[in-house]
Ligand binder design. Sequence first.
Ligand SMILES: [Zn+2]
Length: 494
Amino acid sequence: MPFNVLTAEMSHETNSFSLQETDEKAFRNRYVLMGAEAIAERGQANTELAGFLDADQAHNWDITHVLSAAAGPSGKVRGATFNWLCNPIISVITQHPFDGILLGLHGAMDLDFCEDGEGELLWRIRSEVGEEMPIAITLDPHANVSKKMCDLANIIVSFKTYPHIDMRDTGRHAGDILHRTMAGEIQPRTIFVSRPMLEEVNGGRTDIGPMIERIAKARAYEEKADVFAVSINAGFASADVARVGPTVLVTGQGDFTAHIAFAETIADDIWNRRFEVLNDYLSVLETAVIAATYDHSKGPLVIADYADNPGAGGYGDSTELLRALLKAGVTNACFGPMVDGKVAQELHAAVVGQRVHIALGGKTDPCFGGGPLAVEGELVSLSDGRFTGDGPMINGLSGCFGPTAVLRVGGIEILVVTIARQILDLQQFKAFGIDPQNKHVVALKSMQHFRAAFEPIAGQVIVCDSGALCTPRYNRLPYRNVPRPIFPLDPSES
Ligand SMILES: [Zn+2]
């Protein structure tokens, strides 16, 4: 008899400081796909679900996929929205007997009634299925892992890359451990250790820096007979919650004293190297000076507007960097996205080629990243905002910015969009007629994910702190709920 496995994906990274509440519409703006529809959209791409299906194929399971749902990072998820997403999962669990449960989660979801969204979901499931049912989950390494999550899920496996490019492998890995558990071959549980920090100091980046060696050690420890997964989570600093911060997890059995000792060595390294910041965070003025004098012969200058990254809950409407680039007279440049649904709507009422005067961006919270920018420009193109990725992170997956326009102001083509999304794929410009490869300067809103697709075409990459909501200057944010003392907020920890 094949094993019956329930699968689902539910993902939200909650920025506690965002003024934007996360409701049903926010999920629908990203994706809410039920059963077969989710498999059709995500089942062959680089997703956790595709990895679950790989395990299904390899082990001949009988799979019931309930739903895949995600919203862009934003404020707390409303209780009613959370219930709306959980209820189909709980309903299927109560109607069918399953041998195991396999979930693709983020790990930093904060609800308006409970700060541990994943813990709450797992508790609701565990309450239905009892103690014996094996539950496996995958996490994004920007998870803020709680003890509750580790107590309720037997198996936890996080991605081992940032930029994240191993979602499918991670799904398969979790599925394979679940299979051995359902077969009675192993009895895993998951332990974790943490450090009093908002995040691993480089957000867990794995292209350069100390995380490369830590991941290698994790993989080596996974070779031991009683160890099934080692997960190193950088944590998510924009979460004002008790469980904030980096964690090291071991999913295994047998000698847990040894497993904990191993996890502590990795956590010690995260703590000891907390001052080794890899990025040089430039001011907007420093950035503009470099952009204005840049020699593009080796390829475009790629500027990451780190602080206004919609992928971490930034509003995407910060104007400070754009203001500085325009003032510096930068030419043959593109900038995106500028999230301003009102302006996008106004531009959709205009005619391509028309000159317009508008107040662009800066409307959500001018304290973080500047107020509206008065510009005069030419409307270059209009679009419904749809694109299909072709880079390492989202190849074959489609996404949507909502009503979108390209506006040329001075020497800069600005991608004005309605729905906030991080730039992590060349198609997020190309689909709208902007080819980043042909630009001298490419300014985009992202912290680290952009590197997967944009580093190969870049002559140089620089990182700018525009002072928007995801600024790495954490003392600008009103933390109230994180445990104190904590690095880097408290000098005693520095
Ligand atoms: Zn992440």
